[in-house]
Design a protein around this ligand. Structure first.
Ligand SMILES: *Cc1c(COP(=O)(O)O)cnc(C)c1O
Length: 419
């Protein structure tokens, strides 16, 4: 074992622990669902991306078994050598139909999809313009690509230059970036559809208007929206009324659509055909396994057959947001099932948020705290994720636990909190 690296890592790991940044895994000893077993104890899960409750849905498990039996365990090949089955084509067709686009290309993950897309489409003479709070996979995808880069303040559309309240950094608005990039051959705007920290939703109407005005391609990563946002669950483009105006969508099968793994790029025939030829994670990485493909096809069938699940999610989200607001909690307003409960205004808010989440788990409610230095000072929060599978009783239990612990911590009287 290389001695110096070992000693270095040992010291760095110790520092992570000291700063409370070390990532500890909590071990689940059950299926994914609203009720899970952690360390032998049952608790209600409010931190999964299991938005529609499909992660352990019996029909999806059955469909996945069938695909496993009929099409085998693995393909031992990339798609273009001998790794494309009929079910891969079926899933690609289904995703295209669902999202209202021409064609789809599967990847092992949405992370891979985002690593693939920019490098394949853009070169040095092009511009990529991205929101400051985009997902890590978009940031890394941009790094792999030679295009010139512009980053606009989170959600800021104007021809402006000012300090961003989300990041505290000086930055530009989207229109300013587009103006500055007018000499480039192509301009591509990339944004998350829904942002995972605050649950806010990209202003796609304005983004599409600007893209038309300044001749730019629009790409949306809809990982936190596909399956439930919009009247029929198509995603952010449906929610914002811009279906047909977004050029590229990337999304994951690892969240609302059954939650196993896999992702895709959805776009015009030309863009998808180009990516089929040029995208490196597609060319040099293995095919999505049949069991995942079969399960995802079923997830889409269920979603396309009826809006029942996304309707239930919408009701649950409204209910939870209303109850929490009535109870006196400060939540970031919106419609997304990601509900950020703000702790920033309380004394010693970082410690409070972390202690609060630990106490919630003791009461059998699994939620996650994001505190300084993961989020800026004063932005400490507990993130709750609502699912269609939560019963009203389970939502009530979570709200009751929030109230109970808040009272114990003296939050409502704004006293100093204990441990
Ligand atoms: C979760 C997520 C991803 C990664 O998806 P995987 O399929 O798990 O790799 C990419 N982009 C966004 C916006 C996400 O939220």
């Amino acid at each position: 074992m290389q001695v110096r690296m070992k000693a270095f890592l040992e010291e760095e790991l110790r520092k992570l622990e000291e700063q409370k940044l070390f990532k500890h895994e909590r071990i689940i000893e059950s299926q994914q669902g609203t009720e899970i077993t952690v360390k032998g104890k049952k608790c209600l899960n409010f931190c999964a991306n299991n938005y529609l409750g499909l992660s352990s849905h019996p029909e999806i498990i059955k469909a996945s078994h069938e695909a496993l039996d009929r099409r085998g365990y693995g393909l031992s090949s990339v798609r273009f050598i001998c790794g494309t089955q009929d079910i891969h084509k079926e899933l690609e067709k289904k995703v295209s139909d669902f999202l209202g686009m021409e064609d789809t290309l599967l990847f092992s993950s949405c992370f891979d999809a985002n690593l693939a897309v920019f490098e394949a489409l853009l070169g040095e003479e092009d511009a990529i313009i991205t929101d400051a709070l985009n997902h890590a996979s978009i940031i890394d995808g941009v790094r792999l690509c030679k295009a010139q880069r512009w980053i606009y303040n989170h959600g800021e559309m104007g021809d402006t230059e000012k300090t961003d309240h989300a990041t505290g950094k000086k930055g530009k608005g989207l229109e300013r970036c587009l103006k500055e990039a007018q000499d480039c051959r192509f301009r591509l705007i990339a944004t998350d559809g829904s942002f995972s920290m605050d649950g806010d939703i990209a202003r796609l109407q304005e983004i599409c208007d600007l893209a038309e005005k300044y001749d730019a391609v629009v790409m949306v990563d809809d990982s936190h929206s596909t399956g439930f946002l919009g009247k029929t669950g198509r995603g952010t483009h449906e929610y914002r009324g811009v279906m047909g105006r977004v050029d590229i969508i990337s999304t994951t099968f690892g969240k609302a659509l059954g939650g196993a793994s896999g992702g895709c790029i959805v776009a015009s025939n030309e863009i998808v055909s180009w990516l089929r030829n040029k995208a490196r994670p597609y060319t040099f990485s293995n095919t999505v396994s049949p069991a995942v493909v079969g399960g995802t096809i079923k997830a889409l069938d269920l979603i396309m057959k009826s809006t029942e699940l996304r309707d239930k999610l919408e009701l649950n989200t409204k209910y939870f947001r209303k109850k929490m607001t009535e109870a006196g909690f400060d939540i970031i307003p919106g419609v997304h099932p990601i509900v950020a409960v703000k702790f920033g205004k309380y004394p010693d808010s970082s410690k409070l948020a972390v202690n609060f989440a630990n106490k919630m788990l003791e009461e059998g409610i699994y939620v996650i705290a994001f505190s300084f230095p993961i989020v800026p000072r004063g932005k400490d929060r507990i993130r709750v994720q609502v699912s269609a599978a939560h019963s009203t009783e389970q939502l009530d239990k979570a709200v009751a636990a929030f109230i109970n612990i808040a009272e114990k911590c003296g939050m409502f009287s704004n006293n100093e909190i204990g441990n």
